[in-house]
Design a protein around this ligand. Sequence first.
Ligand code: SF4
Length: 387
Amino acid sequence: MAGRLVSETLTKLSQMGDVTLHEPAGDSPQSERARRTRKQEFNFSDCIANLQTPRGPKPVLKTMMTTACERNCHYCVFRAGRAKTKRVTFSPDEIASAFDTLESSGKVDGLFLSSGIIKGSVTTQDKIIEAADILRNKQRYRGYIHLKIMPGIEYDQLYRSMQLADRVSVNLEAPTSGRLAALAPKKIFVEELLRMLQWAQQIRQENRHEKLASSVTQFVVGAVGDTDLELLSLSDKLYSQAKLARVYYSAFSPVPGTPFENLPATEAIREFRLYQSSFLLRDYKWDVEEMPFLPDGNLRADVDPKQAWADEHLLRQPIEIMSAEREQLMRIPGVGPIGAKAIISARRRGTLSELLHLKQIGIRSPHKVAKYVLLNGRQPTRQLKLF
Ligand code: SF4
């Protein structure tokens, strides 16, 4: 009986294919999406993605409790009423049993579980929680679990989800309530989404002794006039106030049979520049006001934001490598946290006066650095003397 249940569930998983393609679950969202194909038939392996997780690289089962949904987000393949979408639903037992079989046979070591919304968010989240609860407490699975948080669930449901998972995602989709109304008319920005991320941080603060999930979010970029300034301003607040581990940016891609089917796709380079900028906010501690926005509130597509900032600020006032603070060094294109550390350590031992010296301590592209720095009071010659 149990064998038949698992076998039927695996068949249903195969029919679903890569349903969570647009929902990043790991730390390399762009490579996660690169597995997209145009084939008609799915097979079971489409549900498994090799992800960079907080616990290292792992084959993760990415799936949904149901591909049916009562909401009508304009960009979404699962929106209510879209005739072309095949609707498949699992019970918590089915998901847990199939996962257990796959994990025992070494095919997966991690679960990303999302869902469409049926009978409201609270009922749907209960099913997600039940599946994770079976895995953790009946099947004693201790590996990676990433759970999706439905909009507007109860505080206790969020807390329970965070106890069961390593990571939870609350997808904001848009940077303001006005933009969200244009994207997803039935979602409520503050009460249903932003509040979940604020609660998640409150839960971590109030229960410091417990091992609780980190939280992440995702934006759909470019469908409804959202600007990079709007997206990065909110990202900055989320990093500093809600302590998000990651913000994902998903370039809008039109889905046939949805109200947005005729809108142009957002170029991938915009998504890439947003990720670069987001890392400057999160890891380099830049202020959003420092980002080199154009007058229309967007970033230049043709240049890395760090380089655009340096061209504006450092060409006339280069940074002295021998005396600059760590944060200043990390402003130089081509110098990150590791490079800054190497410079600080090397200059204690001697003088860095040549580009070759930078190369020798591990700065990969001294030429890139050259025009923005002084080496012991002198602008370095661009010619790198390697021999
Ligand atoms: S609630 Fe989620 S699954 Fe449902 S239509 Fe909106 S984005 Fe799609």
